[in-house]
Design a binder for this molecule. Structure first.
Ligand code: BES
Ligand code: MN
Ligand code: ZN
Length: 496
């Protein structure tokens, strides 16, 4: 899919021309051209009252004879005086993308005139247009034939009114299009079944990314290497599975800095709960327990593709969590790489067990900040539903930057407390710390557990248990929080 920006679209041929109509019925330049070509037909339609002139409403029209475009898609942009809200703009971009990808349309042209959002520039608007279009193109087809032909859309050209607007549009497309690719990559990895998407499969993807991009280096640590590093906590989760665990490290040097941003992803490719076996209902959804890892992969793909001038290290802790004769048992005590001993009171609280060793490993990169991303707790879904990702941080400036990045990307997070009061719940009589803290505040105590392994750097934790995938008829990975992460790395991190 390609995105273009032009200051003149009169000679551009397309399968569809998207025309913005505002509620005040004043036609923009493109609308006037259509009106003329239809001998005033557009104005008559607008005045007829047949169109609902509310933001996001659309209407298909047949193109006049000998026009450069085959169809016209009218989009109402709401009241011109007030402009659109950010959500309105994103909804419009989604609506147009859905309609364009739902028909045999290969090329489309869209005049930006009328897409105005208070406080947002053309770059942001075009980034959203490109991102939403890419996201609409996603079809899961790895293990299933498509029910309808794949979208034909290949090319979207927007009309800009000045060379300044044109430059901004191009910049927005560069970010949004690659971000959309990254989101779709994360969705694909999430949606893949666990018999395909194994730790080794994820490791292979890291290697392919590094082969495709010179500035990205991939290193895979196998179980032997993890043993030598004393990653007893991570390996205790892998004890019950036949699938070899992998610690996947990717380093992208778009710019070399002394202190990279480190992203750590939970990569449990299937979570049965282990000996503390989960109930059967909806257990298939535990293939999504590697969505933290998937979001790290998606963010890396987006950043390398846009050749971003940043320095990022990705660490993915990948294993299955299975019961077996060799599996870790409740009550077992293991020693983490940090030296802290952990009493595993519930083998289903495995995410924190793999993450704690990955966090300790992150220290060697002398990180500017470390952010872990994990489908960590059902309790977070109870607290925040599927609207916001749970955010925890040991540094308020970092928390603020992540909250802001989430706002910009419309991939929202909400900050939760990491107070000392909660740490008591993790007391163990037999180890330095227990891996569960009881029913109350389950998402908070999980974050408190992780914070004990993040004392030597600025750290934040994103609990994406509620936001990473959808259940029910629309079951599928969302690609969250790739938008938040890329936004943070590109802009938010600079002030820290
Ligand atoms: N991967 C799950 C968390 C999860 C559950 C995410 C359901 C999304 C939907 C995690 O490994 C887990 O099982 N957590 C336990 C922790 C508990 C044993 C303290 C949970 O949330 O029940
Ligand atoms: Mn679990
Ligand atoms: Zn899990």
């Amino acid at each position: 899919m390609e995105f273009f920006a032009k200051t003149s679209i009169s000679s551009v041929k397309s399968d569809c021309l998207v025309v913005n109509i505002s509620a005040d019925k004043r036609l923009n330049e493109t609308a006037l051209i259509v009106d003329q070509a239809t001998s005033g037909g557009l104005m008559r339609l607008v005045n007829s009252g047949d169109l609902t002139l509310k933001s996001g409403k659309t209407h298909w029209l047949c193109a006049p004879e000998k026009a450069n475009y085959k169809r016209i898609l009218l989009l109402c942009t709401g009241e011109k005086s007030t402009g659109m809200s950010e959500t309105d703009l994103i909804n419009c971009a989604q609506t147009i993308a859905k309609l364009l990808t739902g028909k045999a349309i290969k090329t489309a042209v869209w005049d930006l005139d009328g897409l105005n959002v208070a406080g947002r520039e053309t770059e942001w608007i075009c980034s959203q247009i490109a991102q939403q279009t890419q996201v609409s193109l996603y079809r899961y087809s790895e293990t299933k034939k498509l029910e309808s032909p794949p979208p034909a859309l290949r090319k979207l050209t927007v009309h800009c009114r000045s060379s300044q607007e044109l430059r901004a549009a191009k910049k927005g497309f560069e970010v949004g299009s690659n971000l959309g690719d990254g989101i779709n990559f994360a969705r694909m990895l999430g949606d893949l079944p666990a018999n395909i998407c194994t730790p080794s499969y994820l490791a292979d993807h890291a290697k392919s990314l590094s082969t495709a991009h010179e500035k990205l280096k991939a290193t895979i640590l196998d179980e032997k290497k993890m043993e030598r590093l004393n990653m007893g906590s991570l390996l205790s989760v892998a004890a019950g599975t036949e699938e070899p665990a992998k610690l996947i490290v990717m380093e992208y040097k778009g710019k070399t800095t002394k202190s990279p941003i480190v992203l750590v992803g939970k990569g449990i490719t299937f979570d049965t709960g282990g000996i503390s076996l989960k109930p059967g209902a909806a257990m298939d959804e535990m293939k999504y327990d590697m969505c933290g890892a998937a979001s790290v992969f998606g963010a890396m793909k987006a950043l390398v593709q846009m050749n971003a001038p940043v320095h990022v290290v990705a660490i993915v802790a990948a294993t299955e969590n299975m019961p077996s004769g060799r599996a870790t048992k409740p009550g077992d005590v293991v020693k983490s790489m940090s030296g802290q001993t952990i009493e595993i009171l519930n083998t289903d609280a495995e995410g924190r067990l793999v993450l704690c060793d990955a966090l300790t490993y992150a220290e060697r990169f002398k990180p500017k900040v470390v952010i872990d991303i994990a489908t960590l707790t059902g309790a977070c879904v109870i607290a925040l539903g599927n609207h916001a990702t749970g955010l925890y941080a040991n540094d308020q400036a970092l928390a603020d930057a992540l909250l802001n990045a989430g706002q910009n990307a419309h991939d929202k997070a909400w900050q939760m407390p990491l107070w000392d009061d909660y740490h008591k719940q993790l007391k163990s009589n037999f180890a330095d710390v227990a891996n569960i803290g009881g029913r109350e505040a389950g998402s908070v105590t999980a974050a408190c557990f992780l914070s004990r392994f993040a004392k030597n750097f600025k750290w934040a934790h994103l609990d994406i248990a509620g936001t990473a995938w959808k259940s029910g008829a629309a079951k599928g990975a969302t690609g969250r929080p790739v938008g938040l992460l890329v936004n943070f790395v590109l802009e938010g991190a600079s002030g820290l």
